[in-house]
Design a protein around this ligand. Structure first.
Ligand SMILES: Nc1ncnc2c1ncn2[C@@H]1O[C@H](COP(=O)(O)OP(=O)(O)OP(=O)(O)O)[C@@H](O)[C@H]1O
Ligand SMILES: [Mg+2]
Length: 269
């Protein structure tokens, strides 16, 4: 069994403040978690605000270094990736999907420019691509998310709907042929009526492209619907983990039960 991702006893402590008022926060305490290379999956990460979800994601993406333990991607310690070329190769394989697609694109820049630049950048590793090759790559990525280059060409971000823009952001993440997407609350800014279609897209990417996706969310309904496995985090620790439907149908840990009840109890306040 080879591992795509091996989060091995990882922790992250942030230290804040000056000499006199030093404070440390253990954002992630001691988390181990593996994704197998041959078994693409959607792994949901849920938990209250401040439980360390984004910090864990940032360590998987190599944006934050663990203060203990290691994150191995394809057998390589992410912290050891230093050179520009190695870093680019890693980033091609592990792509983030941001929460707010409007932040991913400058409002004054046509969105296709980003897609062409991303394609040109990653294709440059294997020789200088032609215009047609770049456009074909961009179109292929857009088709994967249910759009086409013809629909997106020349458009500014505000000329696309929030759902289309998030799909375009996901297409951009697909251009370098990643193995893993790390999506930190990717649908929280998307209109509720469109959420399901975006998360269904994740399932189809898993099935068609063999991608694994770490899906961080506050939305237990979509987590239940699309994920293979789930971890429930509280205060930097995993309090429960397992098959998503089993965990959410029959949560064992008091915190998981509370989380589920909070969702099921309508809040009319
Ligand atoms: N760069 C940082 N410097 C200092 N403390 C940080 C930093 N990033 C996160 N923290 C702290 O670490 C803890 C975990 O934060 P994190 O953003 O990982 O939580 P989260 O589960 O993603 O929350 P949310 O659901 O609100 O996005 C919090 O107490 C937060 O204040
Ligand atoms: Mg977060």
């Amino acid at each position: 069994m080879s591992l795509l991702l091996d989060i091995d006893h990882v922790g992250k402590t942030f230290t804040q403040g000056g000499l006199l008022s030093r404070r440390s926060i253990e954002a992630v305490k001691d988390i181990s978690l593996q994704i197998e290379a041959e078994r693409p999956e959607i792994l949901s990460v849920v938990g209250e605000s401040g439980s360390g979800k984004s910090t864990l994601a940032a360590m998987v993406l190599g944006q934050q270094l663990p203060t203990r333990g290691r994150v191995l991607f394809d057998g390589v310690d992410v912290a050891s990736i230093r050179s520009g070329a190695d870093r680019r190769a890693f980033m091609a394989k592990v792509q983030p999907v941001l929460q707010n697609p409007f932040e991913a694109f400058n409002p004054l820049k046509r969105v296709d420019r980003y897609l062409f630049a991303t394609a040109a950048n990653f294709m440059a590793a294997t020789g200088k691509p032609t215009r047609q090759e770049i456009e074909a790559r961009v179109d292929r990525a857009l088709v994967e998310v249910g759009l086409t280059l013809a629909e997106v060409r020349g458009r500014f971000p505000h000329e696309l709907s929030g759902g289309q823009l998030q799909r375009t952001a996901i297409a951009r993440a697909l251009i370098p042929d990643p193995r893993l997407l790390v999506a930190d609350e990717p649908v929280s800014m998307v209109d509720a009526s469109l959420r399901m279609s975006i998360v269904n897209l994740f399932s189809s990417l898993r099935d068609r492209l063999g991608l694994s996706i770490i899906y961080i969310t506050h939305d237990l309904a979509t987590a239940y619907y699309i994920s293979d496995r789930i971890i429930i985090m509280k205060k930097g620790e995993v309090v429960e983990r397992g098959n998503a439907r089993e965990v959410l149908d029959n949560p064992q840990h008091p915190y998981s039960i509370a989380l589920k009840n909070a969702v099921l109890t309508p809040d009319f306040a």
